[in-house]
Design a binder for this molecule. Structure first.
Ligand SMILES: [Zn+2]
Length: 407
């Protein structure tokens, strides 16, 4: 089966079954711009080529029961990789984006996180996933990698660490490193872009025309899909939202400007402000000496907030307030149908999510903007992490030369 030999109509039917199958011919015709006689020919051809299978028969409303069709999902497989300054994750999926294997390593304050160690782990995880499933390398269709920070999607080279990237693997060519070991195509993109594509095609975005993914972490990432196409930034970074100015007389930001959203509403700011108040002698239950990394401290801060700590609760709400202002600016400008908020903070409590979204909704309501839906987490992958599976989804679209990826 060679998916690349399909003509446009055949490809359209295959894509619909891959994402929404199993379907009857009637259901396929409802979403594809194809004549019934042409669909019969396409179904016969795809069945004969072993690309799709007849899965049985649907419930009849009288007369002959209609056949239902789906792709042959076990013909080839995809590896999805998540790479960030806090975690690496590798998933092995079938063509329906069902996860068969899942390997993950979280960064801890005392573990090595240099480029050689991380790449060795990615390769180890990928080989292990194939071995555990009994799948040979020849059956890999492609590999997708989602990188948090800055990466050139054409070359696969990670950008240097600066004010918009927390990855310290400058000039690491993820694409060529993986292509040295695997014979299939490797596609690399920003993590936020991958998540947006995954959610648009397999999650809540399936019936909408525009969707934004905004990530809250050490940086504030963003990705946007408009009319079925990924909108790319000019500088291969996912962190531009972080450097939108919300106070011209505000604090100095690492980017050189003043008053960026990043200086009010990132994990680093919450940690810094809690630490500052503790240093000033305020009563706080947090033991800040246990962790060296901002994100782990942030988790402790959230836990302290649940337990009723006043300082931690106030600083989280303050950060969420400013994030809500940034959120309202973003939505005012682009009016996405759906805004998906993701990131390590989201699952811990309603505190940040509800505060930020309520602030944004209040500001937007005064401008008459009320239709945007704010969603917590992606539906694809959910809080267990959507980036690796989304990277697999992105890779499939790149492999098929789909318009959404705009490469
Ligand atoms: Zn800035």
């Amino acid at each position: 089966m060679n998916l690349l030999n399909l003509n446009n109509s055949e490809r359209e039917v295959f894509h619909v079954l891959q994402k929404r199958g199993p379907l009857t011919k009637h259901e396929i015709l409802a979403v594809c711009d194809i004549r019934p006689s042409n669909l019969n020919r396409i179904i016969a051809y795809l069945l004969n080529e072993g690309m799709i299978v007849e899965e049985g028969q649907d419930i009849s409303s009288g007369g002959r029961k209609p056949s239902i069709f789906d792709i042959r999902k076990d013909h080839s497989y995809i590896i999805g990789v998540q790479m960030s300054h806090l975690s690496i994750k590798v998933v092995l999926t079938d063509l329906k984006m069902q996860i068969l294997q899942n390997e993950e390593r979280l960064r801890t304050p005392d573990c090595a996180w240099d480029r050689e160690t991380v790449m060795a782990s990615v390769l180890d995880f990928a080989y292990r996933a194939l071995k555990k499933s009994g799948i040979s390398e020849e059956r890999l269709l492609c590999i997708g990698v989602g990188v948090s920070g800055t990466v050139d999607y054409r070359t696969g080279i990670i950008g240097p660490a600066d004010h918009v990237s927390f990855l310290d693997w400058p000039h690491l060519n993820v694409k060529s490193e993986l292509e040295e070991h695997f014979r299939c195509p490797v596609y690399v993109d920003l993590g936020a872009n991958a998540v947006a594509i995954g959610e648009y095609l397999y999650g809540s975005g399936q019936n909408c025309t525009s969707l934004a993914v905004l990530g809250y972490s050490a940086a504030l990432s963003s990705a946007f899909i408009s009319n079925g196409k990924l909108v790319r930034s000019a500088t291969n970074s996912e962190n531009h939202f972080a450097h939108t100015v919300i106070n011209v007389a505000g604090e100095q930001c690492a980017c050189g400007n003043r008053g960026c959203l990043q200086t009010y509403a990132s994990i680093s700011v919450v940690v810094r402000e809690v630490m500052r108040r503790i240093a000033l002698g305020e009563n706080c239950s947090l033991d800040v000496n246990n962790f060296d990394m901002d994100t782990y401290r942030f988790i402790s801060i959230l836990q302290a907030a649940y337990a009723g700590d006043k300082v931690c609760t106030e600083e989280i709400k303050k950060s969420a307030y400013f994030y809500g202002i940034g959120l309202s600016n973003y939505v005012s400008l682009l009016s996405p149908e759906i805004v998906v908020l993701t990131g390590p903070f989201v699952g811990y409590d309603e505190l940040y999510f509800e505060t930020a979204v309520n602030i944004a909704k209040n500001i937007l309501a005064k401008k008459g903007i009320t239709k945007t839906c704010f969603q917590k987490y992606t539906h694809l992958g959910k809080e267990k992490g959507s980036l690796a599976i989304s990277a697999a989804a992105l890779a499939f679209e790149c492999y098929m030369n789909s318009p959404i990826v705009s490469r």
